[in-house]
Design a protein around this ligand. Structure first.
Ligand code: ATP
Ligand code: MG
Length: 566
């Protein structure tokens, strides 16, 4: 591609609305432009990168036995009403009417379309399992579109759906997708982790998210420093390996804590560490009040609370509700003498507490020297807290560390959820009708491209890994007005293209300084500069990643590039 004939509008200034590196650099280096909030045009360079990522995705999906197809972005509301998601998906689903006033949605995801399609076309176990995928534009009216391609309202996703006749077959299909995803993100050059995730509202069982490690990630990952264990922090179980301190029980006393409200204020006032106080928080679990007790330095994990109670909804109780039940407001609650009043559950760590403090269920008062069993009874101890850095890894190997991650992919066992709702069944080998069992597997293609930039950049610009670079080689002529140099560069350009090497040729009549700066910004892995030594047949060869450069003879270029690109 000749740079004089394409559109690569580079910018020297950092765009004011771009907070993170990938957003700044993709705009500055002329890969993307914003058309509306969360909606982008991919300029020629941006499109090249997308195609590279898509091609890696396609190859690995095909290798895993999945089949590419294409479904419509425009989807009739009736399908979404059948699964109930017309209501539950909320304002993220973009909705519209056609000229006959019929309702439609712009596809945010394609479970409805694919499941109804397979329901209509597959009726026998002989056609199962089958995995169908597409690479297509998705629409989600995100509340906070931001970070450029990382969270758009229109973005490119690879979504795959598998259909099975048994849970064993689903497990197998899931494993294949898991392996394919690992290959995809490895080939993209990404530093990532597959983490155990929450299956949440989608109702499935197993689910893993593929997270690119990055400071700008919105999710926190708990990982082991000595094994490959990694989980979304919401999901990581905490081992029950607390040891009770050997300490004589002291006499229970009520003391005044006139203005102290937070755990820290109370601990400071009473002169003990945070972990020597019990934290008691009132929740509403499916409308029933439950007092949750943890150690003062621990945080309640409401997902664990929800799972423990097999509840569909968990929220904090209001201060009025709390006061009505226990006679005290927030900041003065505790588990002593409330057995009949509300249900109490406590984290395992509480069982190991000795001579700790807790609220006295009387505004402005706390108990000190509280001891479980002696001063209060808990029928239900469970793992109810968030894991913390320094905790033992749940697999028993090493310690937990935290990292931020960008979710680039998601594999999910859906089970029978959608097939049930849409009536997707098949006849088994006994001729009996059964519900299909499904998995779904998504990759944010545009988000993946941006994540690569997050991990591959320096103060000069982007530094693309070869596998996803828009071009292999950036060819520059220092002085395009010099006929000899121009002819040399033109010929080299033709020669490289003839060998199948992808070349961006900066043939613009710009100053050399501008060309070099643009080249560093765009970040193509290898740069060939045709300059003064063209008359001797020499060019400068430079590596973007290391900044290393050398003069090499024109005759050796093809050989060198072929081995570098292998
Ligand atoms: P998130 O928690 O980031 O909103 P999600 O759980 O809604 O993601 P999925 O429904 O699992 O995402 O979609 C599959 C993949 O699509 C995600 O793993 C992510 O890579 C990508 N994706 C989701 N939402 C967006 C978005 N708004 N912009 C770009 N990519 C997205
Ligand atoms: Mg989302």
């Amino acid at each position: 591609m000749r740079q004089s004939q394409t559109l690569i509008p580079t910018l020297r200034e950092v765009p004011s609305d771009a907070e993170i590196k990938s957003h700044q650099l993709l705009v500055r280096a002329g890969f993307i432009r914003q058309t509306a909030s969360g909606v982008y045009s991919y300029l020629p360079l941006g499109k090249k990168v997308l195609r590279k990522v898509e091609e890696i995705v396609r190859q690995e999906m095909d290798k895993a036995g999945a089949n590419e197809m294409l479904m419509p972005a425009l989807q009739p509301a009736e399908l979404w009403k059948e699964t109930g998601r017309w209501n539950t998906f909320g304002p993220e689903l973009m909705r519209m009417h056609d000229r006959h006033n019929r309702e439609f949605a712009l596809g945010a995801t394609h479970e409805e379309v694919i499941t109804s399609l397979v329901r209509d076309e597959v009726s026998s176990y002989k056609k199962l399992p089958i995995n169908l995928y597409q690479i297509q534009t998705k629409f989600r009216d995100e509340k906070r579109p931001r970070f450029g391609l990382l969270r758009g309202r229109e973005f490119i996703m690879k979504d795959a759906y598998s259909f099975h006749d048994s849970f064993e077959s689903l497990d197998e299909g899931y494993q294949k997708m898991y392996a394919a995803y690992s290959n995809i993100f490895k080939r993209c050059g990404l530093n990532f982790r597959a983490v155990i995730a929450d299956s949440g509202a989608m109702g499935g069982k197993d689910t893993h998210e593929f997270m690119v490690l990055s400071e700008v990630g919105e999710d926190t990952i708990a990982y082991s420093d000595s094994s490959d264990y990694a989980a979304n922090i919401e999901m990581a179980p905490v081992l029950n390996n607390y040891t009770k301190q050997v300490e004589a029980f002291k006499e229970l006393k009520m003391v005044e804590t006139p203005t102290q409200k937070t755990m820290q204020e109370v601990a400071d006032y009473l002169g003990h560490s945070l972990e020597k106080g019990l934290k008691s928080i009132m929740f509403k679990v499916d409308d029933q009040l439950v007092l949750v007790v943890t150690r003062g330095d621990h945080e309640v994990n409401d997902i664990k609370l929800k799972n423990l109670n097999q509840a569909s909804d968990v929220e904090l109780a209001t201060e009025e509700e709390t006061r009505a039940a226990l006679g005290a407001g927030f900041g003065s609650l505790g588990p002593v003498d409330i057995e009949d009043k509300v249900e109490v559950v406590a984290d395992y760590a509480v069982a190991a507490a000795v001579n700790v403090s807790c609220g006295a269920n009387k505004d402005g008062y706390h108990y000190i020297n509280v001891n479980p069993d002696r001063d209060f009874k808990i029928n239900n101890y469970a793992d109810l807290r968030f894991i913390q850095e320094g905790d033992a890894s749940p697999d028993g190997k090493g310690e937990i560390k935290f990292a931020k991650g960008i979710e680039v992919g998601h594999v999910f066992k859906l089970g029978k959820l959608y097939a049930d709702k849409l009536g997707a069944s098949f006849l088994d080998d006994q001729g009996k009708s059964q519900t299909m069992i499904m998995g779904c597997y998504g990759i944010g293609v545009s988000r993946t491209a941006a994540s690569i930039v997050e991990q591959y950049n320096d103060d000069k610009g982007i530094n693309w890994p070869i596998a996803v670079a828009p071009f292999h080689v950036h060819l520059l002529s220092v002085n395009a007005k010099n006929d000899e140099q121009k002819q040399f560069a033109d010929e080299l350009y033709q020669k490289l293209i003839a060998k199948g090497i992808e070349v961006l040729y900066d043939d613009r009549k710009e100053r050399a300084g501008v060309k070099f700066a643009d080249s560093d910004l765009i970040g193509i892995p290898f740069r060939i500069t045709v300059g003064k030594r063209a008359n001797e047949g020499y060019v400068e060869f430079k590596y973007r990643s290391t900044g290393e450069q050398e003069d090499i003879h024109e005759a050796t270029i093809i050989g060198k590039l072929s081995s570098l690109l292998k």
